[in-house]
Structure formats: structure tokens, C-alpha cells
Design a protein around this ligand. Structure first.
Ligand SMILES: [Cu+2]
Length: 462
């Protein structure tokens, strides 16, 4: 094995050799490895008060935005500096099963000071995110939810690329965390936070080129809240949902008809920045029926005089179209479970009780406990019939595969590719996919208290 110094010397030698050849030395360096240390952090979420005991990738900042490029290998070495176990999951990315970060299903959880190197080549460009998949109720609630941006192979030509990671925290008057979950919350819609943030700040402002066209990526990484979003007095269009360019257009959201973004979902917006420097646009949400500003975008600099119409549409990601004629249907019933104690079956934490089930069986959440809910044949098309028997809504997330809603008994659905579909009360939603990625893929509600109290399972593709 090379020692670090020898490695540096040999790297320097190759750079100087490349330099002699008259080439750009940076072309000869391997893509950077992301070294991600999961650790405790302190941060002023509320001005002048330091919230301690947060979880991030650095001691004093929100989880960093990670960037990958479509079709180029991405590597991240994750080291656990916490005393609890953990893993990292890459939400929405179609990757090899062993890189999916689901404890026991795809890997063993990482103990203190243990590392795991995740490496995959993202096939799809767009807005994705990362979060732990072990001790999720604690580590996500304490802050560890970050953006993973997969840049298009060709630059789509925006003036700015603004990332708005939305989430709440449950803080007391002293700025410290209150109890993160409650049986009452878990049995209903989940336990809501009380401090709304964007990138861990309250109603922050970001600058964008005056008169330019900005790409604004909004990520709902909260563990509970379903956002109802709109941008008043803003000229824009929705260009992608859950990572993928739209196949069917979505209307521009308004206060009367806001865009619903449930936990796990992302939306990409193209926005015209006003022509007058200093003008602010607001990303708003209806919270308890009232409009609240979550983030602001301010026009700065000399005008670029651009219009939305100048933009080329984003290039489609290459996703196989399911054959609905040959597709077999599998039904999944999301409902209650007899309330009871759920034994902790591993190192990834249990809330200690169960309220929910898929196909009548509760599952411990982060860890595999029962057999697959369904086994799909590699390469075949399927319809997954998601049937909600409960009076609550559930954002249903499937790992490793991309699907599209095709019909519902409750509403007209728009067939856009996704990894997370919000299932309404008493809705039966059919989604279609090609089972083209082999492995055991976690399938669960993204209201984390639901996931951790029974609403989780996995689907096998073989
Ligand atoms: Cu749920």
C-alpha cells in the first residue's frame, strides 16, 4: 500500500508529466471523493440561540449540498461519528442495490467510527437528496437531510441554481429539541415541528441575477409536513418533479391552488427574476391555512433581460416505459395494525409501538423483518395498486425504481415519473413501472413516524 506522502508525490509526478505534455492537469485527477462524517452539530436555527445536539456533516452548518454529474461515477465515504448506529440512503437515485443504504436489507448498520464507501453512477439528472436510514426518527429529526444534485450532462443554461431544502424542527423556548415523536402523532399525521426552516435558516434570502432566469430546486425533507407551496407575483414554470423533467405540464401554483409537496418530494422551478434590482420574490406555504414565507429570492446586479421562453426544455431521463397491456397488477393495502409493542429487532431504533401495516403486516421500519411484499421479475412491467384503507394521507416511497401514477379513484392524476407518490385518504392509486433494477427495494411511507410504526416493507426484483 502506498503511504499518503508517496501517493501525493506520485500524484504530483503525474500532474507535472501531464503539464509537460501541455494538457490541463485537472483532467488527470480522479473525481473527488466526498468524505462525509456524520456528527453532532450546533447551529443558530433561531437567532441568538444555539441549538445543540443537531446532526449534520460538519460541527456548525446544515448538511452540505452534494453534487454529482449524470453518467459519471459518484463516491462518498460515510463515517459515523455518533454513538448510535447509522447508514446513508440516496433518495430517488436508481443505483445498485448494495449502495442503497438500507440496514440489514442491503448492508449492516455502521457503528461508531465505522465507514462505508458508497459508489454509484447516477443515470438520471435532477434533484435528489440523502438521509440516514437507521435511527431515522432521531437523526433526520435532528437535521440530517441534505440535497444531492445530479447535474445534466449538458448545462441547461440558468443564471442561478438555488437550492431550498425545507424542513421543520421541534424546538422549545430555550432553542433546544423537544420530544421528537409521540404515540399520538404516530397514530395520526405525524408529530409536526414548530420552527419552519429553509437550509436550516428561517425565511432566508438568496441573491439571483436581476432579469435572469433562475432554477429553484425545492426539497421537502421534513419528516412529517406536507407543504402547500406557491410563489405570488412570480412568472415561472414547473420544469421537473421528483428529479424528472415533466412529461405532462403542471399548472403554476397559486395561493388558491398551491403545489402539494409531501415528505421526500422535490420540485424544480424556472423563475424569471424581476428586472428591478432589490425586488424580492417569496416562496410561500399555507401553514394552518395561512400564507407564510419560507424563503426569499432577491434580484441583484445588472439586468440580464432574459425570458423563460429562451430556455430549452430539460432533456428527459432515460426511463423504460411500462407496457400496460402485459403488466401484472400487485395490490398493497396500507392500513392500521392492531396497536401493540413492536420489538426492536436491531441497532436502528424502534419507537416501541405499532399503528400501521402494509398488507396487514407491520414492519419495524429501518430493518428488514419479514419477507418481500412482492417479487417482480427483472425486466417485466407491473402495476402497483396502492390502496389506502386509512383516514390519513401517506407519501409512499419506493427505492431503486422510478414509477408513474396512471389512475386513481379520487382524482385525475398526471403521469410524471416519481419515486414518492402521495396517497390520499381512502384512495386507490395505480402506479406503473418496469422492474429493471435487481435487488430488495425498501417501500415505505415517508412520514417517518408511520414508517417506524409499521408502514414499511420491501419489494424484490429478481
Ligand atoms: Cu404515512
Amino acid at each position: 500500500m502506498l503511504h499518503r506522502r508517496q501517493f501525493l508525490q506520485s500524484a504530483a509526478a503525474s500532474i507535472s508529466a501531464a503539464g509537460l505534455a501541455g494538457c490541463d492537469p485537472s483532467e488527470f485527477l480522479a473525481p473527488p471523493t466526498n468524505n462525509l462524517d456524520i456528527q453532532h452539530a450546533r447551529y443558530n436555527v433561531v437567532p441568538n440561540v444555539t441549538t445543540t445536539n443537531m446532526v449534520s456533516l460538519s460541527p456548525d452548518a446544515a448538511p452540505s449540498v452534494l453534487r454529482a454529474r449524470q453518467g459519471v461515477p459518484f463516491t462518498a465515504t460515510v463515517t459515523n461519528r455518533l454513538s448510535d448506529y447509522t447508514t446513508m440512503h440516496w433518495h430517488g437515485i436508481r443505483l445498485p442495490n448494495e449502495m442503497d443504504g438500507v440496514p440489514y436489507l442491503t448492508q449492516f448498520p455502521l457503528g461508531k467510527d465505522e465507514s462505508f464507501t458508497y459508489t454509484f453512477t447516477p443515470p438520471d439528472a435532477g434533484t435528489y437528496w440523502y438521509h440516514p436510514h437507521c435511527m431515522t426518527m432521531e437523526q433526520m429529526a435532528l437535521g440530517l437531510t441534505g440535497a444531492l444534485i445530479v447535474d445534466e450532462a449538458e448545462d441547461p443554461g440558468f443564471n442561478d441554481d438555488i437550492i431550498l431544502n425545507l424542513r421543520d424542527f421541534r424546538l422549545g423556548k430555550d432553542g433546544q429539541f423537544k420530544e421528537l415523536f409521540t404515540p399520538r402523532g404516530a397514530a395520526r399525521g405525524g408529530t409536526l415541528g414548530n420552527v419552519r426552516t429553509c437550509n436550516w435558516d428561517q425565511n432566508p434570502v438568496y441573491d439571483a441575477r436581476t432579469g435572469g432566469v433562475a432554477r429553484v430546486r425545492v426539497l421537502a425533507t421534513d419528516i412529517t409536513r406536507i407543504y402547500k407551496l406557491f410563489l405570488p407575483n412570480t412568472r415561472g414554470r414547473i420544469i421537473a418533479l421528483d428529479g424528472h423533467p415533466l412529461l405532462t405540464p403542471l399548472p403554476w401554483p397559486t395561493e388558491q391552488a398551491p403545489l402539494t409537496l409531501s415528505p421526500g418530494q422535490r420540485v424544480d422551478l424556472a423563475i424569471e427574476i424581476p428586472e428591478r434590482e432589490g425586488t424580492e420574490l417569496n416562496l410561500m406555504a399555507l401553514i394552518g391555512g395561512r400564507p407564510k414565507s419560507l424563503a426569499r429570492i432577491r434580484a441583484m446586479g445588472r439586468s440580464d433581460n432574459r425570458k423563460l421562453e429562451e430556455l430549452n426544455p430539460l432533456a428527459a431521463n432515460n426511463i423504460s416505459e411500462p407496457n400496460l397491456q402485459s403488466a401484472e397488477t400487485h395490490e398493497f393495502v396500507f392500513g392500521w395494525s392492531p396497536s401493540g409493542d413492536l420489538p426492536d429487532n436491531g441497532f436502528c431504533g424502534s419507537l416501541g409501538y405499532t399503528f400501521w401495516s402494509i398488507n396487514r403486516a407491520p414492519w419495524a421500519g429501518d430493518a428488514s423483518g419479514t419477507g418481500p411484499l412482492a417479487t417482480l421479475k427483472l425486466g417485466d412491467s407491473y402495476i402497483l395498486r396502492l390502496r389506502n384503507e386509512s383516514p390519513n394521507v401517506h407519501p409512499i416511497h419506493l427505492h431503486g425504481l422510478t414509477f408513474k401514477p396512471i389512475r386513481s379513484n379520487k382524482r385525475q392524476v398526471l403521469p410524471n415519473w416519481t419515486d414518492t407518490a402521495l396517497l390520499l385518504k381512502e384512495e386507490t392509486l395505480d402506479v406503473a413501472l418496469v422492474a429493471d433494477n435487481p435487488g430488495d427495494w425498501a417501500f415505505h411511507c415517508h412520514v417517518i413516524e408511520h414508517q417506524k410504526t409499521g408502514l414499511a416493507g420491501y419489494i424484490r426484483v429478481a
